[in-house]
Design a protein around this ligand. Structure first.
Ligand code: SF4
Ligand code: SF4
Ligand code: FES
Length: 320
């Protein structure tokens, strides 16, 4: 079987193929396979790993474009997933600068983690003598996020980072911001929420790829949604993102339950910004994809009353 590895020697990128027998492949993890190639075929191949037990997060790479934690990925499972292919491509994580072969630069991610202040400033009620006690329920709220091992699989898959990383942070950074903000021992959640808002919290494109690929089952997408709730609840409700979210809910609760695209755009971005998009609107109308009469809404959707009751109950529960 052929393994094509994306290499980078500091100056140029190239692909290098390694042939392995199925005996050499079976029974291996993706990490031990890379180590085998390095040991038996090419000492110059570079990658990172340390714990070999899914704890340090150092070994994530991509196979056929998707991210995997190499030490926690059995080759048999990969072969089954890709239907016993004759070759596989192994690449460094996407959305990271490549330093050498499969080794990527973590410094910009660490810089972003510093921005959201991942350590907790404890409430004054806590002290060295009495400690910072938490109920099991309070621990459960952030237990999952503590599992993050900073492997970067989520960031590698993130469509927003791929499209434009200039106004966004890696998904796991938002997970750590939420973990700190939702910690019952924290003096002020806004210490972590504010820098999240200032560094792209509302720019997530909701693709959920981060949640699909996390080897620890963490949903940065959900953490982003929860950070947004905290931001709006604490008065950070200005701008297109909060406007869009509020308008969405207004259509569902106060309107007919139908999403009104025309009103949504006006409420999210305002009339002036939408004036500049009139050409798009006319094109959509010409193609029959937008009906200007929809601004007057239609019939109430079936079950709307129950939907509103559910939303109100969820709001009451979250206040409790
Ligand atoms: S849901 Fe948001 S954070 Fe997650 S991968 Fe998509 S754009 Fe990135
Ligand atoms: S959230 Fe999951 S995928 Fe992202 S860095 Fe943490 S453990 Fe890895
Ligand atoms: S080597 Fe530590 S997580 Fe894989």
């Amino acid at each position: 079987m052929k393994f094509i590895i994306d290499r980078f020697d500091g100056q140029q990128k190239y692909k290098q193929a390694y042939e392995l027998s199925m005996d050499e492949v079976k029974g291996q993890t993706l990490l031990s396979l890379l180590q085998h190639i390095k040991r038996t075929q090419d000492i110059t191949l570079n990658f990172t790993a340390a714990c070999r037990m899914a704890i340090c997060g150092a070994c994530a790479v991509r196979v056929n474009g998707h991210s995997y934690l190499a030490c926690d990925t059995k080759m048999e499972e990969l072969l089954e997933e890709y239907k016993n292919p004759s070759s596989m491509t192994i690449s460094p994580l996407n959305n990271f600068r490549v330093i050498s072969d499969l080794v990527v630069d973590w410094e910009p991610s660490i810089e972003n983690l510093r921005k959201i202040k991942p350590t907790i400033t404890p409430q004054e009620a806590f002290s060295n003598k009495h400690g910072c006690k938490q109920t099991q329920e309070e621990v459960n709220r952030i237990k999952k996020q503590w599992d993050c091992i900073l492997c970067g699989c989520c960031a590698s898959e993130c469509n927003k980072l791929e499209a434009d990383a200039s106004d966004y942070m890696q998904p796991f950074v938002f997970t750590h911001a939420y973990r700190a903000a939702a910690d019952s021992r924290s003096k002020d959640p806004m210490i972590h929420v504010k820098p999240s808002v200032m560094n792209g919290l509302w720019n997530c494109v909701h693709c959920q790829e981060c949640a699909d690929r996390c080897p620890k089952g963490i949903s940065s997408f959900s953490d982003i949604a929860n950070l947004r709730v905290k931001a709006v609840a604490n008065g950070l409700d200005e701008g297109e993102g909060p406007g869009h979210a509020t308008a969405f809910l207004t259509d569902i609760v106060e309107g007919t339950g139908r999403l009104n695209e025309i009103k949504l755009a006006l409420r999210s971005e305002g009339v002036i910004k939408n004036m500049g998009k009139m050409d798009i609107a006319f094109n959509l109308m010409g193609a029959g994809k937008m009906n200007p009469l929809h601004i007057f809404e239609g019939d109430e959707i079936e079950g709307h009353e129950d939907l509103v009751k559910m939303i109100k109950a969820a709001r009451a529960a979250s206040k409790e």
